[in-house]
Design a binder for this molecule. Structure first.
Ligand SMILES: [Zn+2]
Ligand SMILES: [Zn+2]
Length: 764
């Protein structure tokens, strides 16, 4: 308690320094408890300004009194971090204040009307409350009741549309007593499957546990009118349950023809009070629109008035999917109404999604300018690409940081890889007139599967099984990521390792096996992808299947989802090939470090693995690995040969390793290796030139070369057969090309080589 020249102030001891009183001395300390029930005079006695005081909770008017006093109450929400430790309570303005008013029997004083203007006979009456603030301060100051005024910055609600400051305003409203069904709400939730599962007991479970009654009336014009009528004479209420019940009321008047139960027509409907014969009028409120949303399962079928069968067939729903904020919105309103009406949940499974935010994780907002407009994205990338990116890049439950850059990466990594594989297949399948039906129909022409065919088929069936399981677990992100991994293996290992089987000229069982295998992969992929990229999948399916099989279902979306053939799954082979791919990528890293291109053949690679089983696996795939990393010999060191034999520090070897494996490549080049490398380089140049000259992939050509470098001539002599086969060159001619041939100059072995190509004569 502080003593000044002409007054005393009471404030919390811990806040004394913060308040910074000047000209006051401490008089003594009283405990807060001793202040409770102390009477004090209000700053404004409402009765002096013609404002009513209503008793809580009855809202009965209290008699007018001069010299009105209020009494001090104690409460634990008063903060000792700011202010004075003394808080003024106004039950008409704010939930906390109202609750304290109800529990402590305070009075309810409402000196503000619904336009936010001060009522009564105050000097500032008729003003908007925010405009009255300075006048109120002037009034207090003039009466010596103001010690100090200052501006405090704090959060405050504003109208989102016109930015008018809003007022908390206590008003009577209609409630649904959901708290009476709290136990059922909670036990019903126990039957629902939530994805992610932690929402069930967490965000949604907590919301149910702390359930409060549903304030479901709204004072708006637009909305579903409450079907409650009140007698203007005896205050009898009647809730009318149907149009028939309404028509059955006596002295019904104002029923619109044709029937219209919206405002304003419904407001004109009156009937006689069954209690006293007075006039029943509808209450003015409409329903909270969440009530309409929650009524969806019954309202969509106009149940129970009709469609009983179709309603019962579709209730409860299998799945609902919305963002996590709907735990207090639609998830709740559906669950609450269903529990109240039927005593059970109206959905079996929920997928709850995170929010879409900008690439930095910030909420998108127009004022910040970080909103991503979906239309340009859809125009330039397509709906499937956007959809796939959303699914594959972030687990649904997490907030999705939207990045156009990552959208582009997903397309390149996933969709374009898939599309290139598909284009590769169709290009050669068209050239060879591959007919998929004949593979199954014609027993005289059966494909002979290679180990790689069996492997990709095993991977495909493993994929089918994994995707089905992920989808059964409502996890499209795991499913699409799994498909992406398969597309990578299909393109970057199966197709790349087996390209020659498609373009070789022999039309044999081996080629047929390659076609049949890749065809099966692509058709199954179109079906697995159908739920995620419906348009791309349909494009693949219709061209791959419908164009060659008139009896096929006309859309991928009409086919059954693939079922894995477990007999074709060989997990051992899958992991062996994974190991081969891992080792190959380390070998490429070792080459890159040594600055030697993959085209240049090398004498050997030495690989150190951890176990004898891994050694055996890798040795079984040695041919594949040697071809892939372009070495003549593969030495695999297993458990028994750890340490000593691996050429770690030899200058003629380049090394790369990860936590488990080590790979060394020999970097010494013999003249034979150099010559073979040159032949490969020539092939690569000629193949690029074929593309630049826009020759068809099946066109045979004649190749011309001129160079001063004898070694290049020698290479063409020795490797002529190989170069001719790879580039479809019928002849390799040392000399000037004819006019009209397509020519380029290249540097090989530090000397200039002129190359030229022309289409071969048809008769040759
Ligand atoms: Zn507004
Ligand atoms: Zn009545």
């Amino acid at each position: 308690m502080m003593e000044g020249d002409r007054d005393y102030l009471i404030l919390a001891t811990t806040l004394l320094d913060k308040v910074g009183l000047e000209g006051y001395n401490e008089l003594g300390i009283v405990s807060g408890e001793d202040l409770v029930h102390l009477e004090y005079g209000p700053l404004f006695n409402p009765h002096d300004f013609s404002v009513q005081r209503l008793g809580l909770p009855t809202l009965r008017p209290e008699e007018a009194r001069e010299g009105l006093t209020y009494s001090v109450i104690a409460s634990d929400f008063v903060s000792l971090d700011e202010g004075t430790g003394v808080v003024h309570i106004a039950p008409a303005f704010g939930e906390v204040d109202f609750d304290i008013g109800m529990s402590s029997g305070l009075e309810f004083v409402q000196p503000v009307d619904l336009e936010g203007k001060v009522t009564g006979t105050y000097t500032f009456a008729g003003r908007f409350v925010k405009d009255a603030d300075p006048l109120i301060l002037d009034d207090l100051r003039s009466r010596g009741l103001l010690y100090r005024s200052e501006t405090i910055i704090h959060t405050y609600p504003f109208c989102w549309r016109c930015e008018t400051p809003l007022l908390y305003y206590a008003k009577p409203a209609w409630y649904i007593r959901t708290t009476a069904a709290k136990g059922e709400l909670i036990s019903g939730n126990a039957e629902i499957d939530w994805y992610p599962d932690y929402i069930k007991r967490g965000r949604f479970g907590d919301w149910l546990k702390n359930n409060v009654d549903w304030a479901f009336s709204r004072e708006r014009y637009w909305g579903t009118p409450l079907n409650i009528w009140r007698c203007s004479s005896c205050s009898n209420y009647q809730c009318v349950g149907s149009v028939d019940a309404l028509r059955g009321q006596s002295d019904l008047s104002g029923l619109a023809t044709p029937l219209d139960l919206h405002r304003p027509y419904v407001d004109a409907l009156t009937f006689a009070c069954p209690q006293c014969g007075g006039t029943m009028r509808r209450v003015p409120e409409v329903a909270d629109c969440w009530f309409d949303s929650g009524a969806m399962p019954v309202a969509q079928w106009h149940y129970p008035f009709e469609n009983e069968v179709v309603f019962k067939d579709s209730f409860p729903a299998d799945l609902i999917c919305e963002a996590v904020d709907q735990t207090r919105g639609w998830f709740y309103s559906l669950h609450a109404l269903s529990t109240l009406l039927f005593g059970r949940p109206c959905f079996k499974t929920v997928i709850s999604l995170g929010f879409l935010v900008d690439a930095q994780g910030k909420k998108m907002s127009k004022s910040k300018g970080n909103v991503v407009d979906p239309w340009p994205l859809l125009s330039s990338y397509g709906a499937d690409a956007l959809r796939l990116y959303m699914l594959v890049s972030t687990a649904g439950e997490d907030d999705h940081r939207f990045s156009t850059k990552r959208l582009g990466e997903t397309i390149r990594r996933f969709l374009l890889t898939l599309w290139n594989t598909y284009s590769f297949f169709t290009l050669y399948a068209n050239i060879d007139r591959f007919e998929p039906q004949r593979v199954t129909g014609d027993s005289s022409r059966q494909p002979v599967l290679t180990q790689m065919d069996s492997w990709i088929s095993s991977e495909l069936n493993r994929l089918t099984s994994d995707v089905s399981r992920s989808m059964d677990n409502y996890n499209p992100t795991a499913a699409t990521r799994r498909i992406e991994g398969f597309v990578d293996k299909l393109s970057n290992w199966y197709v790349r390792r087996n390209r020659r089987r498609f373009w070789k000229s022999e039309d044999d069982a081996d080629k047929l096996a390659a076609y049949a295998t890749l065809y099966q992969c692509l058709v199954t992929l179109s079906q697995l992808l159908a739920p995620f990229v419906p348009f791309v999948a349909e494009g693949l399916y219709r061209n791959l299947v419908c164009s060659v099989d008139p009896g096929a279902r006309e859309s991928v979306h009409l086919t059954d989802f693939p079922v894995a053939d477990e007999a074709k799954i060989n997990d051992k082979l899958n992991s062996d090939v994974d190991l081969a791919m891992k080792i190959s990528s380390l070998a490429r890293a070792a080459r890159a470090r040594a600055g030697i291109k993959v085209r240049q053949p090398l004498a050997r690679a030495v690989v150190e693995v951890k176990t004898e089983a891994e050694k055996k696996s890798l040795e079984a795939l040695a041919t594949e690995v040697m071809e892939e990393i372009n070495v003549k010999q593969l030495v695999v060191l297993g458990e028994a040969e750890q340490g000593g034999e691996f050429p770690s520090d030899r200058p003629d070897h380049g090394v790369a390793s990860d936590a488990r494996y080590k790979v060394a490549i020999s970097t010494a080049l013999t003249p034979e290796l150099v010559a073979e490398g040159v032949s490969r380089e020539l092939v690569r140049h000629l193949q690029n030139m074929r593309r630049s000259a826009t020759f068809a992939i099946t066109d045979h050509i004649v190749t011309y070369y001129q160079t001063e470098e004898p070694l290049v001539k020698q290479v063409i002599g020795v490797f002529g057969g190989y170069i001719g086969q790879e580039t479809l060159s019928d002849e390799l001619i040392d000399g000037l090309p004819p006019a009209g041939a397509y020519g380029e100059k290249h540097r090989i072995l530090n000397s200039e080589v002129s190359l030229a190509i022309r289409q071969a004569d048809p008769e040759s």
